[in-house]
Ligand binder design. Structure first.
Ligand code: T1G
Length: 689
């Protein structure tokens, strides 16, 4: 047997232990160890029952995702599973950590399952744009029924062991930390009680009970249509469960295999697997060593109790970290604190937590009008008005108040942090923590390192980001950092397109169908067209000025680029259509027919190109970080992998070709980045960087 498997015999129980860090994924060596180990145990007359257990932090956490797309080697997963299921001796899976995907599918071919209470089980393949491809779609419904299988497989839930016991997914809970002994004792019980070799594939009562009830599936599809929009995998998972209910096991497996092959060779799963690894890579900082000293953050200070300041504060209160929040006027302070309380009370009303929890979190909040009260804070985040002089004034004062070693962070979304850092004597303590609105909801945090920011401050900021449940990307100082810098490319082209021939609702439809949650014009109407608009100075120069002058400021005034009914449902506006035609005529623009394809290419390709410039300038560590920023900060569809991965999927040669074509027609807004030119010349993609 190879070195990831170890078979020991204790009395009449054979214990096959797998050990393949980090998560005992079903790589070729692990499949081989299972196949050979079970085979040996079957052949050993002393062995009456077999326990399959894993060393390390978890039971098998699924197929080895890094093997997808590579030539298969060693025994297949089905071979290993057949060895288990058809064993003439009882095989018991002993589960700790997470039995996920192929790992749970292996456990479901065992005759019994024992787990420790902290264990979790699930079939989360849908998160990788896949479905359980080793019999899980046919075995899970036979244990938990169609409805539960639908919920588990389309949400990719990790279900706790206690609930698994209630659902019949596991047969017994072992004492925490005593799994091996518990599993061996259970195996002995199976032998002494002469229990049968339970093959889940032969258990049909649950699926038969759901047969002839197509409404189960229709209702589920309807209820989740919005959530599943654009994704292929959820529907394919549903079709497999329908097959489990309506077809014999072997026929169901054929449906599963056919749909699995379609997904695993498709672009959506490739994109979602890319995101899986990108979410793990984003935390790795090549030039910040793992042993970089971390600054303990036990108290946080927030300057500004407005929408951003309040939302930022909630992240820390949610994590049990006391917050002192400062405002200049009592009224603003009271309003800010009241908003935080109202948000919590709304969550309590929705049953997310109790009113006691509301009071506990509010109890950690200290409102003050005195900046001096921030003298004990380990991390201070400034969230005041976006003006350089105001920011520098605040940082100048902070420098005199904050204790030695405190981190001085700014929530600016656009201003130059190197410039802000000139206002203090300790620029190494200055960093950007760019939260996205609403800050207590949006997962993304752009951690912006300035020229002099110390590695301790960077490492601590990334760690605190993880602690408050954010996905953080380390980026450099440049206009708009990463997220907004790419957004500016799209917004520019969107504005140009509605002048040249498209309408706002055309651009929005194309980007919505592409998978974005909302198009740029609907987004502007939601945010308000008058952000940064100055009524006194407005002279109707831009279309937006004219809309605001007509009090078409977006959803809040019932009209913007769209007209809105009382339920805020949007309809294309004939008023705006006429305004655009008039405005274009006024500017002497000959409008033309613009295809959906051109709209998409002109909105997305300049983003890819700008991402390449960001990498050239070293303002992002890797292309996949840019993908994470846009997926978590701007709703870029996961099944497209992010703008950079999408560029690779389309082919950078096509992106470059189109950029050059547009450049020749419309100028240097489309000037290709040197990196893009270089990668195409070398026949490479961002993935090769
Ligand atoms: N394959 C390869 N590598 C994996 C892996 C996997 N399945 N799971 C984790 N890793 C790596 C990961 O990249 C990281 O590497 C390290 O392990 C620690 O992971 C036929 C088709 C198990 C809950 O979807 O959800 O089975 O960054 O940082 O936070 O039906 O990893 O250190 O180099 O996430 O403690 C289905 C995926 C596969 C589960 C642990 N299984 N994994 O979380 O650690 S498809 C999954 C997870 C399948 C079959 C199908 C989590 C975890 P590195 P980590 P963690």
């Amino acid at each position: 047997m190879n070195d990831v498997g170890d078979l020991t015999v204790e009395g009449d129980i054979g214990v096959l232990t797998l050990n393949s860090p980090p998560v005992n994924a079903l790589s070729a060596p692990v499949r081989e160890a299972i196949h050979e180990g079970i085979k040996q145990a079957i052949a050993d007359d002393k062995v009456k029952a077999i326990v399959l257990i894993c060393d390390g932090r978890t039971f098998i956490a699924g197929a080895d995702i890094t093997e997808f797309g590579k030539a298969p080697s060693g025994p297949s997963l089905f071979d290993a599973q057949d060895m288990i299921e058809n064993a003439p001796k009882p095989v018991i899976a002993a589960i700790h950590g997470t039995a996920l995907g192929g790992g749970l599918e292996v456990a479901l071919t065992c005759h019994y399952r024992v787990a420790v209470p902290s264990a979790k089980c699930g079939l989360p393949e849908v998160n990788l744009g896949l479905l359980p491809g080793a019999g899980g779609t046919q075995r899970l419904p036979r244990i938990v029924g169609a409805q539960k299988a639908l919920e588990m497989m389309t949400a990719g839930t990790h279900v706790g062991a206690k609930q698994c016991l209630e659902m019949g997914l596991v047969d017994e809970l072992a004492e925490e930390g005593k799994l091996r002994d518990g599993a061996i004792a259970f195996a002995k019980k199976v032998l002494s009680e002469n229990r049968p070799l339970v093959k889940i594939r032969e258990q049909n009562d649950k699926v038969e009970a759901d047969r002839g009830k197509p409404e189960i599936f229709e209702n589920f599809r309807k209820a989740n249509a919005r959530k599943f929009r654009g994704f292929l995998a959820p529907e394919y998972n549903i079709q497999c469960i329908e097959a489990a209910v309506n077809l014999p096991f072997e026929e169901g497996i054929k449906v599963e295999q056919k749909l699995f092959r379609e997904l695993v060779t498709g672009t959506q799963s490739a994109a979602q697997r890319h995101v899986f690894f990108a979410e793990r890579q984003v935390w790795k900082l090549p030039d910040v060593p793992k042993d970089t000293p971390i600054i303990p953050v036990e108290r946080v200070g927030i300057i500004g109790a407005g929408t951003m300041g309040g939302g930022i504060a909630m992240n820390f209160l949610n994590s049990g970290i006391p917050v002192t929040i400062v405002e200049t006027k009592q009224e603003a302070l009271d309003r800010g604190v009241a908003t935080i309380r109202k948000n919590y009370e709304n969550s309590a009303k929705k049953g997310r937590f109790s009113m006691d929890e509301v009071e506990k979190r509010m109890g950690l909040l200290t409102p003050t009008l005195k900046m001096e009260d921030l003298g004990t804070a380990d991390l201070i985040i400034e969230a005041v008005f976006e003006n350089m002089d105001v920011k520098k004034d605040v940082f100048g004062k902070l420098d005199k108040i904050a204790k030695d070693g405190a981190i001085l962070a700014t929530n600016t979304s656009a201003l130059n942090i190197d410039e802000i850092a000139t206002a203090v004597k300790r620029p190494e303590a200055v960093i950007g923590l760019h939260f996205f609105s609403p800050a207590n909801v949006m997962k993304l945090l752009e951690v912006v390192r300035a020229d002099k920011t110390s590695k301790s401050v960077i490492a601590t900021s990334m760690q605190i980001a993880k602690k408050i449940g954010k996905v953080a990307a380390l980026v450099g100082v440049c206009p708009g950092f990463v997220g907004n810098r790419l957004l500016a490319q799209r917004q520019r082209e969107a504005q140009k397109l509605i002048m040249e021939g498209a309408m706002p609702w055309d651009v929005d439809r194309v980007l919505y169908d592409f998978g974005l949650p909302m198009g740029p014009f609907a987004m502007s109407d939601l945010a308000g067209l008058d952000i940064g608009w100055n009524k006194e100075k407005s002279k109707g120069e831009t279309l937006r000025d004219r809309l605001c002058e007509m009090d078409r400021r977006g959803q809040k005034t019932g009209a913007g680029y769209y007209d809105y009914d009382e339920k805020r449902n949007a309809t294309p506006s004939p008023v705006v259509e006429k305004m655009i035609l008039d405005y274009a005529a006024e500017k002497g623009i000959n409008r033309r027919q613009i295809s959906d394809e051109e709209i998409l290419e002109r909105c997305i390709y300049p983003m890819v190109n700008e991402g390449a410039k960001i990498l050239e300038e070293g303002k992002a560590i890797r292309a996949s970080d840019i993908d994470i920023v846009w997926i978590y900060g701007y709703g870029f569809p996961r099944y497209r992998g992010g703008p950079m991965f999408y560029g690779d999927t389309v082919g950078l040669d096509k992106v470059l070709g189109k950029m050059k074509e547009f450049q020749s027609q419309m100028g240097d807004d489309f000037k290709p980045s040197a990196l893009l030119e270089k990668l195409v010349a070398e026949g490479k993609g961002f993935k090769d960087l």
